[in-house]
Design a protein around this ligand. Structure first.
Ligand code: NCD
Length: 304
């Protein structure tokens, strides 16, 4: 028996035991052991930033479990056009009493405060550069399975994150999750994009980092968040930190290659890398549906 789930905004208020129970449930779902069991339960998806994978994988996950979902499209004709605030829109959707709210929000939305004003639990589907917990969970489900085949686990494993850690919510969530699950995070990239977390080991070059790593994760360079604070051009980034067939020769043959997507081909990753047998990019997407179904089911009370 574990305590009831309130919201999943980051990994601050969640235990490692709970995280392992998400993985176990996601694994059972993957093995086809969980039947759709809901009828009338509703997940409300509200995305205030662009999304392809995260949105569609939540929708697919809900459908597979039998949970109804509706999508509030902030770009379409909604009352935001009439001047309604994002916060008001969320409070109103919460008043319709969905069982869970899945929200993608820009950094300036006070998601934590909003979650305290409503009874509906919120799953963070990407919030500013702060956190993207479901992405870190699906990445780790993917790697745990890949390492299990090799006879290992995530304990002590080394993940090199390349590029834009500073502005990436995916990196922020991995730094937090690594502390709970016992894997290590390394980084390399342009100075202006590096994380200052004490939990991250910094490498001077991509080659040095790749020789250390058990897995490498390229991140999309978050151009929309940089303003004028950058110390590199796209071309120098590509030359120094781009993953390509030549740089991938430095990664162990038992290593793995990841990217949360969307990929900027020709900047952080060349298309040829997707054909590398060590590349898990589409496996990440596949596991995203299992993890999100496990989360939706957990928020509806399964596993308590
Ligand atoms: C990421 C996001 O939106 O944070 N994408 C995703 O959810 N798969 C990464 C990104 O936009 O760079």
């Amino acid at each position: 028996m574990v305590s009831r789930l309130n919201s999943l905004l980051d990994f601050d208020s969640i235990s490692a035991t709970r995280i392992h129970s998400f993985f176990s449930l996601a694994e059972k779902i993957k093995e086809g052991k969980m039947q759709p069991r809901y009828r009338g339960e509703v997940a409300a998806l509200m995305f205030f930033e662009a999304s392809t994978r995260t949105r569609l994988s939540f929708e697919t996950a809900a459908a597979r479990a039998g949970i109804g979902s509706f999508y509030f499209d902030s770009g379409a004709k909604s009352s935001l056009e009439k001047g309604e605030t994002v916060e008001d829109a969320i409070l109103n959707v919460a008043a319709m009493q969905p069982h869970v709210l899945v929200i993608r929000a820009p950094a300036d939305l006070p998601l934590r405060e909003i979650s305290q004003k409503i009874n509906t639990p919120i799953i963070n589907a990407g919030w500013g550069a702060f956190a993207h917990p479901t992405q870190a969970l699906l990445d780790m489900m993917t790697l745990r399975e890949a390492w299990k085949v090799q006879g290992g686990s995530e304990q002590g494993k080394k993940i090199l994150i390349v590029g834009d850690l500073k502005f990436s919510r995916v990196a922020s969530s991995h730094i937090q999750l690594s502390q709970m699950l016992g894997y290590q995070v390394g980084q390399c990239g342009p100075e202006s994009l590096l994380s200052d977390s004490p939990h991250v080991q910094t490498f001077k070059s991509l080659t040095e980092g790749l020789r250390w790593a058990d897995a490498v994760m390229a991140l999309r360079v978050q151009f929309e968040r940089h303003g004028s604070n950058v110390d590199f051009s796209k071309e120098t980034y590509r030359q120094q930190y781009g993953l390509n067939a030549v740089s991938m020769a430095e990664l162990s043959k038992n290593g793995f290659i990841m990217h949360p997507g969307p990929i900027n081909h020709g900047i952080e990753m060349e298309s040829e890398v997707l054909a590398d047998p060590r590349c898990l990019v589409l496996d990440q997407v596949k596991h995203g549906v299992y993890i999100r179904e496990a989360l939706l089911r957990s928020f509806l009370g399964e596993g308590e």
